[in-house]
Design a protein around this ligand. Structure first.
Ligand code: ADP
Ligand code: ADP
Ligand code: ZN
Ligand code: ZN
Length: 751
């Protein structure tokens, strides 16, 4: 290897997926950005080749014995990869982890805060574990550190505008004239004709929470001695305090609607023991600090002057500053990680690495700008540069022009998607890209065009006094029959307003998000869109056999792999290993089924077709319509049989969009539909959204992309900032108005 090559990761002859013998050099200790239309092959190079090889090499470091237990990572299809350092993939997979995983625990900030309390808290009560809700010594004994407990949903349990005789008790078991209802009415304590709203406080307390007491009542004409107790008390003992598993499924279903989760009454949601909550620094306990927004918390921590704590304070502020730098200052340490969005999750993971001391690592990011307003993108850029300056190689797949600008080196993959892509169309500097004539270069140079005149709304949907999370009594009208874009900096309240408040009032809306689709490993674009049913029928009638034969879920399936095309070798304690089926060679069907042809192609060959190829092959009206919808959303390049589990979030979102395209009179809600889309595909997406609107639907889109914003009929801009400094509507109007709105940060960027 030549001396100069040491400074590069060198890839020769890469052929994963659609790659056409790609060779390239990626400068080490620099930022390299991969761009290109979706499906061009960026992930095939970055994830399936570079990251895959790094993982495989890592495993080779283990002894033969240990390796026997590890999944066998196949060598990526390349001639050679040289000079690779350890790769860390920082992706958008959401941080799961349940309620015991919070922003503070995942960033390792909480342990430092606990240490601080154990050293200088007044009065300190012992070691750092006394302040941990994950430790039996620190957790609230009532809720076991969960901060929440189940209770009765009062709004569903009683209707105070009615009397007992009018059926005021809505809980199951208390229908008028039922046994339990009769006992309450006959107990003599309550006037059955008085509305509950007219009860005195004592009467209500007695009805709801009264302690069990013996009374003599009459039932079915006979006097009996029974115990009556408050209806909420009884329900709680009978259904909530009991192990759900001991109840029949029917009972569980019947009582579930009346049960809701609320804050623990003992710790009031703080999760910690009373001793821990009594320990304070400058008048605040650890739960109060953890529920403060990071931007505020860092100021409080900086004021701690105790010299004993100096090194701890330093470590704490350094990490908190990273969160501020990356634009997460609106989050709190006690925020549960499974409530973070994909983009937020990726930035939180990034912070973890910034505080680490690893050097000469190859960091790989997947569209880190997701969820970031143009205002926040420069912060992200700063962090990428910081990682580089620590001596790491940074590789980023990205479409956002403002991120692409900071690259030391750009690799443009294309020219198009699938088989029409898979080559490198440009390598070099940003200035060079602009003059390269590639799709990316050309689009980067195009100026933004504001939509001149919007469509007229047909009506409006109102949100009134919304207060969830950071929303500050938001009342806003969303026009119907037009395209509305909801925008604003990260944390300003867009998702809360639309995905939570609005959708809770409009459950009939069609939500097109980026969550994974296809619960089963057997789902693919053909089964998801319904094309497979028509294809099976076509094969059946052409060959005069049953359609069931052409399903890899039933009769026609390869016996060895049950139609999966792969077999899973189960390992005791690791993810199982996936190996191609030896019998069918991954084609999923029995040999005899593959002998049946439709216009010369077997069912397996049809499933290997891309959408584009299938459009040429099929003439069936229904199939063509569904294929055309997929083509319209820019998915020409995916094959009909590609497992849905291999699709990216953006691709999943577009496949959902394709299968919902033909509805009328509906409300569509989309969350950052430009994710994963190259600039040249955005025009296409806009066309589709316009078509949906023109067919008589209402489209509401959460988006930061300036091109989409500038094409809206109506813009709702949230802000002014994130977290407690946001939660207001700062602008409502058209694109040509927003550029004159002084308060709107979005308007500033559109100008
Ligand atoms: P990009 O990252 O540029 O969007 P990809 O590298 O994901 O593009 O995809 C390049 C091509 O390879 C596409 O045609 C895609 O459908 C195909 N492809 C990607 N992953 C797989 C897979 N696991 N199985 C089959 N085809 C795949
Ligand atoms: P945006 O969509 O504009 O990025 P969000 O609606 O996600 O903003 O967040 C608005 C505010 O609400 C932020 O301060 C955020 O931390 C808070 N928030 C969002 N989701 C939750 C949640 N599940 N629990 C607690 N706070 C939340
Ligand atoms: Zn508690
Ligand atoms: Zn098989």
């Amino acid at each position: 290897m030549s001396e100069s090559n040491q400074a590069f990761i060198v890839i020769s002859g890469a052929r994963e997926n659609n790659l056409k013998n790609v060779s390239l050099r990626i400068p080490k200790r620099k930022i390299t950005i991969f761009t290109g239309v979706s499906g061009s092959g960026k992930s095939s190079i970055v994830f399936d080749t570079i990251a895959a090889e790094s993982t495989r090499l890592l495993n080779e470091n283990f002894s033969m014995f240990v390796r026997n237990f590890l999944p066998r990572y196949p060598q990526p299809d390349t001639d050679a990869i040289e000079n690779l350092s350890m790769a860390v993939i920082v992706d958008q997979k959401r941080l799961g982890g349940g309620s015991h995983s919070t922003m503070g625990t995942i960033t390792d900030i909480s342990p430092i805060l606990r240490l601080l309390f154990s050293r200088i808290g007044q009065p300190a009560i012992g070691g750092a574990n006394m302040f941990s809700f994950n430790d039996p010594q620190g957790m609230c004994p009532e809720c076991n550190g969960l901060g929440r407990r189940l209770g009765v949903d009062m709004s569903k349990a009683v209707d105070k505008s009615r009397s007992l005789n009018e059926g005021a008790i809505l809980l199951p078991d208390y229908a008028v004239n039922s046994f339990d209802w009769t006992m309450i009415v006959q107990s003599g304590s309550f006037d059955p004709d008085k509305k509950l709203s007219d009860y005195s406080d004592e009467e209500l307390e007695q009805l709801l929470y009264g302690k069990a007491r013996k009374v003599e009542v009459e039932f079915a004409g006979k006097p009996i001695n029974i115990t009556v107790e408050g209806i909420i008390e009884k329900f709680t003992n009978k259904y909530i305090k009991r192990d759900v598993k001991t109840m029949s499924e029917r009972t569980q279903r019947a009582v579930a609607p009346y049960i809701t989760e609320g804050p623990c009454s003992s710790c009031r949601g703080a999760r910690l023991s009373a001793a821990a909550l009594n320990c304070r620094i400058q008048g605040r306990n650890i739960a109060e600090l953890s529920s403060m927004e990071v931007g505020e918390l860092i100021r409080v921590v900086r004021e701690i002057g105790d010299p004993v704590a100096a090194p701890i304070v330093k470590a704490l502020t350094e990490r908190l500053q990273h969160l501020v730098d990356i634009g997460l200052d609106y989050l709190t340490l006690d925020r549960e990680t499974d409530t973070l969005s994909g983009g937020e999750s990726q930035r939180v993971k990034m912070v973890k690495h910034l505080s680490g001391s690893l050097v000469d690592v190859t960091y790989i990011f997947d569209e880190p700008s997701v969820g970031l307003h143009p205002r926040d993108v420069h912060r992200l850029n700063g962090l990428l540069q910081k990682l580089r300056d620590k001596g790491n190689t940074v590789i980023v797949v990205e479409h956002d022009p403002d991120v692409i600008k900071v690259a030391d080196h750009i690799v443009d993959v294309g020219p198009y998607a699938g088989s029409r892509g898979g080559t490198i169309v440009y390598e070099g500097s940003f200035e060079g890209l602009l003059e390269s004539g590639t799709l990316t270069g050309t689009h980067m140079k195009r100026p933004l065009q504001l939509k001149p005149v919007g469509r007229q709304p047909s009506g409006k949907l109102s949100i009134k006094d919304a207060q969830l999370h950071n929303l500050q009594n938001v009342s806003v009208d969303i026009p119907t029959g037009v395209l509305t874009v909801v925008t604003g900096v990260a944390g300003s309240g867009k998702s809360t307003l639309i995905n939570e408040v609005f959708l809770s009032q409009h459950p009939d809306a069609i939500v097109i998000d980026q969550s994974a689709i296809g619960v089963s490993t057997r789902s693919n674009p053909a089964t998801y869109t319904g094309i497979m049913d028509d294809v099976r029928k076509a094969f059946a009638s052409a060959n005069k056999v049953s359609p069931g034969l052409f399903s890899f879920n039933s009769k026609g399936a390869c016996d060895n792999c049950q139609g999966l095309g792969v077999v899973y070798a189960d390992l005791a304690f690791l993810d199982s290993v996936k190996l191609p089926c030896e019998v069918c060679g991954g084609r999923r069907f029995k040999e005899e089924v593959l002998a049946y042809k439709l216009n010369g192609k077997s069912i397996a060959e049809v499933l290997e077709m891309t959408v584009e190829q299938a459009l040429e092959f099929f003439e069936l009206k229904e199939v063509v319509r569904k294929l055309q919808a997929m083509s319209d959303v820019g998915l020409n390049y995916i094959t009909l049989g590609q497992p849905l589990s291999t699709l990216s979030g953006g691709e999943c979102q577009r496949i959902k969009l394709a299968s919902e395209l033909h509805k009328k009179g509906s409300i569509y809600v989309m969350d950052e539909p430009t994710t994963g889309l190259h600039m040249s595909d955005i025009g296409h997406l806009l066309e589709i959204m316009n078509r949906i609107v023109d067919a008589g639907n209402t489209v509401i889109v959460i988006e930061h992309n300036l091109e989409v914003i500038s094409h809206a009929d109506w813009i709702i801009d949230m802000g002014p900032d994130g977290g407690s400094k946001g939660g207001q509507v700062v602008f409502e109007g058209t694109p040509s108005q927003i550029i004159h709105a002084e308060l709107s940060i979005t308007g500033k960027y559109l100008r």
